[in-house]
Design a protein around this ligand. Structure first.
Ligand SMILES: Nc1ncnc2c1ncn2[C@@H]1O[C@H](COP(=O)(O)OP(=O)(O)O)[C@@H](O)[C@H]1O
Ligand SMILES: [Mg+2]
Length: 385
């Protein structure tokens, strides 16, 4: 279970535009990988409330999986069930193929990081990080080296003597991460670990967490309500809605092929146009007065939405199969590299599109008539769920 070797070669802090990204360059060789995790039809009820409903998920060894959902959707319940902090109502959870039903939390050997740092306030940084090692009876002679390496991994090795109250929020959370990885757990659980931090610090720490996970090879189950964070960090994302899994997939799959109106709207920004699917083989958006022949229409029927991402609506041509809509510009929001436009169709329907910054894009103004096109191939047809 030990590192074969762990070398911290160097780190540097680089400034990109106005945004500080800590760049961690480390070379760590590990002999191990993370554990697989299997949730099999897990249910958790709190009295009348079903917090988790028929939750089944297999996580690969070394995978970074994110449970994404709004507040109250059951994310913490899923994580706590895995950690063993509460009993489940039915179903089974396996870590590395073994059922953990009868295993107390401390015997599951999981590293955990919570949103609210949860450092021991009366212990120094080094004592906090050493705590899991002491609990596990690691020989005293090995503790200092392990603590130093874990603190190096989060770039706080010079802070070992500080007390938690002498650290910023971001530094406290890095100590919490060091404490979670110091015993080299095969599984790391993180419940909204960056939720209390400001945007730039969050982005820097997202980068560090990914880097640490790559080096450790551990399996990470990460919980967030922030879809951008989920897209940025995950190998796969699980979208939870009212205790049920709405969709599981890679960030690209979730973004390009959402399975429902809910997921299309939850992940990324999109235009959702109410559509009718007409046999044989036509999709129409009555509100925009457009329709086109589409193979997807032959295999589906009923109330649907066409989801078109703002970056897939363009003033230029999108190819032979393009669908054109004429709109009038309302607002332009300059975001540096891109400009977000909100516009309105003559029917009153709002249309959002996005362009890279260019002389022609910066010259668009409120009231301008704009002809936009999208390719049906770049759209998703989603049921009204
Ligand atoms: N100890 C509890 N007793 C009763 N209901 C709870 C308890 N913990 C969570 N819940 C309920 O279960 C649902 C899911 O909660 P939780 O897993 O904390 O959601 P999330 O972490 O996504 O915000 C919510 O409706 C919440 O109110
Ligand atoms: Mg929660």
């Amino acid at each position: 279970m030990n590192f074969a070797s762990f070398y911290l070669t160097k780190y540097s802090a680089a400034r990109h535009d106005d945004c500080v990204h800590a760049v961690l360059q480390m070379r760590i060789c590990y002999m191990k990988t993370g554990s697989t995790i299997d949730f099999n039809h897990v249910c958790k009820r709190y009295g009348e409330v079903t917090a988790l409903h028929d939750f089944s998920l297999s996580v690969e060894a070394g995978e970074f999986i994110t449970i994404l959902g709004s507040s109250g959707s059951g994310k913490t319940t899923a994580l706590n069930a895995l950690a063993g902090f509460m009993s489940i109502s039915s179903g089974d959870i396996r870590i590395a193929g073994k059922s953990v039903a009868d295993l107390a939390p401390e015997r599951r050997n999981l590293g955990m990081v919570f949103q609210n740092y949860s450092l021991f306030p009366h212990m120094s940084v080094a004592e906090n990080v050493a705590f899991p090692l002491r609990m596990r009876g690691v020989p005293r002679k090995d503790i200092d080296g392990k603590v130093r390496r874990a603190l190096q991994a989060v770039r706080l090795d010079t802070y070992f003597a500080r007390m938690p109250r002498e650290l910023s929020g971001g530094q406290q959370q890095r100590v919490a991460i060091a404490r979670a990885i110091v015993f080299e757990p095969p599984v790391l659980l993180m419940d909204e670990p960056l939720g209390a931090l400001d945007l730039k610090l969050r982005e820097a720490l997202q980068f560090e967490i990914k880097s640490i996970q790559h080096q450790l090879g551990c399996t990470v189950v990460y919980v967030t309500h922030d879809q951008r964070e989920a897209l940025a960090m995950s190998d796969r994302i699980v979208v939870l809605r009212d205790g049920c899994i709405a969709q599981v997939g890679t960030p690209l799959e979730m973004y390009d092929r959402p399975c429902s109106r809910f997921v299309a709207q939850f992940i990324g920004q999109t235009n959702l146009f109410s559509a009718t699917v007409d046999a044989p083989g036509y999709i129409s958006i009555p509100g925009l007065g457009v329709s086109w022949s589409d193979a997807r229409a032959s295999s589906t029927a009923g109330s649907h939405f066409v989801s078109v991402r703002p970056e897939h609506l363009a003033r230029r041509s999108c190819g032979d199969d393009e669908v054109r809509i004429d709109v009038t510009l309302d607002e332009a929001i300059f975001l540096g590299d891109v400009i977000d436009f909100s516009a309105r169709h003559s029917s009153g329907m709002a249309v959002h599109f996005r362009e890279s910054r260019s002389p022609s894009a910066t010259q668009l103004h409120r009231g301008d008539a704009v002809s936009l096109a999208f390719s049906p191939r770049a759209s998703a047809l989603v049921p009204d769920l």
